[in-house]
Design a protein around this ligand. Structure first.
Ligand SMILES: [Zn+2]
Length: 490
């Protein structure tokens, strides 16, 4: 899709100190004619400008200071540790929607400028291939969503939460904003008295000074930028234990605690159910972040899934449905979070699996037959493929609606692929495949080809023709075992 830059990064700010550092170091590169700063991307078919080549991020250390209003910019410091995978004269980060005041690279001030949705940084000296990079960016992070922007900070009734999928983390902090580059995260969030801040991972201490508290959280597993979560609000944090003593913590508006508790109490049982299906829960903690906000979606932010409060208070939603939505986001901790898509075209691996376990849970716990749901999905599948593309080759997002890749063909249309696979290879091989997939690729990134290969291995035969039709065909192939199922006639 056409790139629509909306950079608010000041252009061509040249730090005088950088020049001085350069002179002292005898560096000639920066003294030569400045090269034009260009936005870069790693060539994702659906989001070509996301991510940047030339380095691998190892960790993010993010500091946010909340001013006590959710419509004013936060002040922030982003420190990125990375390793150069090629010689770098300049380094691109994805960032928009904030003002950068300074950038240091390896302790020395660096030049920077905005280009499209990139922050282009020119260090005092080139970074050699394999060299270490520590980039410190001082900036603001503006929670007011720009026109036509999806996600990033989300304003709630009492503060802020994040919803960065698929391409909005760089509206919040400078980063290599692509799930193929996972990294460790540390968060320091400072907020005035009366607020509580929670982020992904486990608490790592608090410090109280002069009417404000700084909370620190740290992830124990690598994470994609799109799954970062920071909640700031008038919240309570509720603690309980999951299977094997897993710490479960939920973050809810303080006034809603009693009403939400019956739902929150279901999480340990849901984790135990999923562990029986696919193996051990992959992270150090889990819980629900329930926000009084109108996002129109729930989101599997790592170790702390985001839900709109309305999911739990809408009288039209039956209990089994609410529970299946909870299981959907929980399933993503294995499928989508622990195992990240290498490209956004692989997102069917996230949503297909989350929808599959959502539907399977409803079958086993609420008598909602999976086969009926799959038959209904089969009936619609040709139309979904016609409008959104086949599951593993989705159409690019519509302009101005970047989350529009989240279409029926990657939800029920992709759960249908898993159903067809189970029909094709049998239940035992399918269940073995799922468990092996979850353990083999824990904390990794995978492609559709990886899944096809492992499925073939578990089935003991080449399934490439099967997957070609089911994942890439414009028409839905015949359903194994159900020759009477028809698609697309309505
Ligand atoms: Zn999902």
């Amino acid at each position: 899709m056409p790139h629509t830059p909306r950079s608010v990064i000041p252009r061509a700010r040249r730090a005088r100190a950088a020049l001085l550092a350069c002179v002292v170091a005898g560096c000639l590169i920066a003294a030569s004619a400045p090269r034009s700063a260009e936005p870069q991307g790693i060539g994702d078919r659906l989001y070509p400008s996301l991510g940047n080549p030339g380095y691998d991020v190892l960790s993010y250390d993010l500091s946010f200071t909340y001013p006590g209003s959710n419509s004013k910019p936060l002040t922030a410091v982003t420190r990125i540790r990375a390793r150069a995978t090629e010689r770098l004269e300049s380094v691109n980060l994805d960032f928009t929607h904030g003002t950068v005041s300074s950038v240091d690279v390896n302790g020395a001030p660096a030049d920077f400028t905005g280009a499209g949705e990139d922050l282009v940084i020119t260090p005092a000296a080139p970074i050699p291939k394999g060299g270490a990079l520590v980039i410190t960016v001082r900036h603001t992070s503006d929670p007011m969503s720009g026109k036509g922007r999806d996600g990033g900070w989300v304003q709630t009734d009492d503060g802020l939460v994040m919803a960065n999928q698929a391409d909005a983390a760089h509206q919040v902090f400078p980063c290599n904003d692509h799930p193929s580059d996972k990294a460790q995260f540390t968060f320091h969030v400072t907020a005035p008295d009366g607020y509580t801040a929670v982020a992904n991972g486990l608490p790592w201490g608090t410090r109280h000074t002069g009417g404000a508290t700084t909370w620190t959280y740290r992830t124990q597993h690598p994470m994609a930028t799109e799954l970062a979560q920071v909640s700031i609000g008038r919240s309570v944090v509720l603690h309980r234990r999951g299977p094997h003593g897993l710490p479960v913590r939920d973050v809810v508006p303080a006034k809603d605690e009693a009403q939400l508790e019956p739902w929150l109490a279901k999480t340990p049982g849901q984790i135990a159910w999923l562990e029986k299906k696919v193996g051990p829960y992959p992270f150090e903690t889990y819980g629900l972040l329930i926000a009084q906000a109108r996002t129109g979606f729930e989101l599997e932010t790592q170790t702390l899934s985001l839900f709109e409060k309305g999911v739990f208070s809408e009288p039209a939603y039956p209990g089994w449905y609410v529970e299946s939505v909870m299981v959907h986001e929980l399933s993503h901790q294995w499928f989508g979070d622990s195992i990240s898509p290498r490209t956004w075209s692989d997102v069917w691996l996230n949503e297909g699996h989350a929808t599959w376990y959502e539907a399977l849970y409803a079958e086993e716990n609420a008598h909602r037959p999976l086969q009926e749901r799959m038959k209904a999905a089969y009936g619609l599948s040709d139309r979904w493929r016609a409008t959104g593309g086949p599951p593993a080759a989705p159409e690019p997002p519509r302009q101005g609606q970047k989350i529009s890749i989240f279409r029926p063909s990657v939800y029920d249309g992709s759960a249908l692929v898993l159903y067809a696979l189970r029909q094709e290879i049998g239940r035992a091989a399918f269940e073995r495949l799922e468990r092996t997939w979850a353990s083999l690729h824990r904390d990794g990134t995978t492609t559709t080809a990886d899944f096809e290969e492992l499925a073939s291995r578990q089935a003991g035969r080449d399934l490439s023709a099967f997957f070609q039709g089911w994942l890439y065909g414009r028409k839905t192939p015949p359903m194994p075992g159900h020759p009477d199922w028809k698609s697309g006639s309505a």
